[in-house]
Design a protein. Sequence first.
Length: 188
Amino acid sequence: MLGPVIDYFNSITPLPEELINDLVKFAVIKEFKKDDFILKAGEVSNYTSWILKGLVRSYYEKETEEVTTKFLWEGAPITSIYSYYRRKPGNENIVALEDTQVASMHYDHMQYLYKTYPAFNFIGRVVTEQYLYMLEIEVYNFRKQKAEDRYKFIVKHFPHLLQRVPLKYLATYLGMNLETLSRIRAKK
């Protein structure tokens, strides 16, 4: 069941057999139905997970609005970064947009793997670098670009999201209201 996760890790660096055995031992497969919460604001994120199947949305509440911060799909790691690493309640909600299956690992097990296996520590660094790279792209796109350019970026780089994500969530992710998104889409 962990095949895709192990394959991904192996693509970063070859995994020793002992590490694979511990990954299998510590990982828990979890199933979430569409609209199930994976994490609620105010909870401590005790797990990091990798999406085996499905799509999730991360958002926070601003007054009476939900503001989408990210969409994650097959292969992506998910957790509330602040909550997970600070071991404090977070502000983020993470919810399944589709029936979703994840492989989850508890914080304590992850720390054990980091301390025990240099290969896993290297994998953690590479995954963190990839996350920071995507975060910088998002910050640039959402702070520097016009609304239409932000939408074009999604069309070019993540076209599958247009088929899988309700427009109301895509609009909040892009920092616009649904009417603006509809006008931009109508121009195409």
